[in-house]
Design a protein around this ligand. Structure first.
Ligand SMILES: *[C@@H]1O[C@H](CO)[C@@H](O)[C@H](O)[C@H]1NC(C)=O
Ligand SMILES: *[C@@H]1O[C@H](CO)[C@@H](O)[C@H](O)[C@H]1NC(C)=O
Ligand SMILES: *[C@@H]1O[C@H](CO)[C@@H](O)[C@H](O)[C@H]1NC(C)=O
Length: 134
């Protein structure tokens, strides 16, 4: 009985943990970006139930003008570095679209390196958003 309870607890915990994610609040899907102009990337790590330390983020823009992959390529790196003061789970970044960036569909990618739990277990997460450049 105790074993079953433990299993249910673990399954619930796992489901809970897997539901946590960095979210791209802005730009919304389908946003049109202009080469040479800045835009704001608003990020929010949602509802972590346990200790979390967001070490760094990378924001990239991958052109789909010829071909693109949804599989975690960053393309042009627009920002890489620290996220926010310790304990703060949201941040805004003003980043520039490279002036020579190809027109057409593009994927905004965000890599987040973070550590969770009392023992600071490291994890790397990739999320993305579809945008266009014109
Ligand atoms: C990000 O920018 C939005 C819009 O200006 C603002 O409402 C929000 O508070 C900002 N978030 C942070 C973490 O600074
Ligand atoms: C535009 O983005 C670049 C990085 O891509 C940043 O260094 C610069 O501060 C931003 N400019 C403004 C006005 O926010
Ligand atoms: C971006 O578009 C692709 C292809 O239409 C789709 O499979 C993917 O789910 C979209 N991603 C987001 C974050 O909306």
């Amino acid at each position: 009985m105790h074993f079953v309870k433990t299993l249910i607890y673990l399954a619930t915990l796992l489901g809970f943990v897997m539901a946590q994610s960095m979210q791209i609040l802005s730009p919304p899907a389908g946003t049109s970006l202009t080469p040479g102009n800045n835009f704001t990337v608003a990020l929010q790590m949602s509802n972590f139930p346990e200790n979390i330390d967001i070490v760094a983020v990378v924001i990239g823009l991958q052109s789909c003008a010829t071909a693109c992959s949804l599989y975690e390529y960053m393309g042009s790196v627009l920002y890489q570095g620290s996220f926010a003061p310790s304990g703060v789970l949201a941040a805004n970044f003003s980043v520039a679209v490279p002036s020579s960036f190809s027109s057409g569909a593009a994927i905004l990618g965000v890599d987040t390196l973070y550590m969770i739990g009392a023992e600071y277990q490291p994890d790397l997460q990739y999320v993305n958003q579809n945008v266009t450049v014109s």
